[in-house]
Design a binder for this molecule. Structure first.
Ligand SMILES: Cc1cc2nc3c(=O)[nH]c(=O)nc-3n(C[C@H](O)[C@H](O)[C@H](O)COP(=O)(O)OP(=O)(O)OC[C@H]3O[C@@H](n4cnc5c(N)ncnc54)[C@H](O)[C@@H]3O)c2cc1C
Ligand code: FES
Length: 279
């Protein structure tokens, strides 16, 4: 159980894992996530399910190495096992037929949006995907996103591929210059990106869903760690989300809450590196 079946590096600090979790693979729907622990005393880390293979009982996840736990995960290899995995968690994303849907992904958000884009296309939507990275070499899952979309548009900060700029520049061009009619937007990525997308679409009243990533602990709605403010009301992202209406989310509150344990996270990472790697 929880064995790593394959591991592929997609660049500095980004790994794609295929993990054996038959129960989760069988039930998971687009937009849902797992909470994993690397070892029995370890922190619980929420990670979006990027893909499933029901026949072989595996789930695919893409993980960006940031702090202690994701670093420990990056050191595991094929044949190693995680301590445990719970899921699928969260409310599945809405993937009915809406018309034209723009799916916007940045960073690990590209892996998270991939199953949603695919399901939206299968439901008969015209899916315009917009994905971005700092430069061409850092762009994730382009082939997968291409196959999951009706059209794909790419933005790189340095202009090495696609439009020079960020994903919101491409969306703004579509909506305001090309006057493309978009029925719905789904955006997953850094909080600042989801906020910028929501600000852009609010002006044209285009329904926009974002997937929130607050710190989580139990993932069952009991601990309150993942509380977010949506329409001035407290919601728990693990059970009420992670998808919410971007026009109603208090992004500043989310950004502040994500910074809350920065000193402890830094100390924990440094302590781990000192103990295990002598650095
Ligand atoms: C529903 C959900 C789905 C997620 N899906 C993915 C995914 O598919 N792939 C992936 O790589 N990550 C995903 N994350 C984020 C991931 O859970 C965190 O990056 C991870 O918990 C960091 O753990 P750590 O111990 O390595 O770092 P920590 O020591 O906890 O943090 C190190 C630094 O990482 C950043 N960080 C911490 N927590 C988060 C967070 N929740 N979101 C963004 N940045 C954070 C902060 O800058 C922090 O200072 C998801 C989070 C949620 C809530
Ligand atoms: S993680 Fe505890 S309530 Fe959501």
């Amino acid at each position: 159980m929880y064995e790593i079946i394959s591991k592929k590096s997609l660049g500095e600090g980004i790994n794609l894992y295929c993990i054996s979790v038959p129960d989760v693979a069988f039930k998971a729907l687009p937009g849902q996530f797992i909470i994993l622990r690397v070892n029995k005393n370890g922190e619980r880390v929420p990670i979006t399910i990027a893909d499933t293979d029901k026949k072989n009982g595996t789930v695919t996840i893409l993980v960006q190495t940031l702090g202690k736990t994701t670093h420990m995960l990056s050191e595991l290899n094929v044949g190693d096992s995680l301590a445990d995995v719970v899921g699928p968690l969260g409310v599945p994303s809405e993937t009915e037929k809406f018309g034209t849907v723009a799916c916007i992904g940045g960073g690990f958000g590209i892996a998270a949006i991939y199953p949603i884009a695919r399901a939206l296309k299968e439901s008969g939507n015209h899916v315009i995907s917009i994905i971005g990275a700092r430069s061409k070499e850092l762009l994730l899952m382009e082939d997968e996103m291409r196959s999951a979309s009706s059209e794909i548009l790419i933005a790189t900060n340095d202009g090495s591929y696609g439009t020079k700029g960020i994903v919101t520049d491409v969306l703004r061009h579509l909506i305001y210059e090309k006057n493309i009619h978009i029925d719905r937007v789904v955006a997953i990525g850094p909080v600042i990106m989801m906020k910028a997308v929501s600000d852009l679409t609010r002006e044209r009243s285009i329904k926009t869903l974002v997937s929130l990533n607050p710190i989580m602990i139990d993932g069952t709605g009991m601990c309150g760690a993942c509380r977010v403010l949506v329409d001035k009301k407290t919601k728990f992202a693990c059970v009420d989300g992670p998808d919410f209406d971007g026009h109603l989310v208090d992004f500043d509150n989310l950004m502040n809450r994500l910074k809350f344990y920065k000193d402890e996270e830094k100390a924990s990472y440094e302590c781990h590196m000192k103990q295990h790697h002598n650095v």
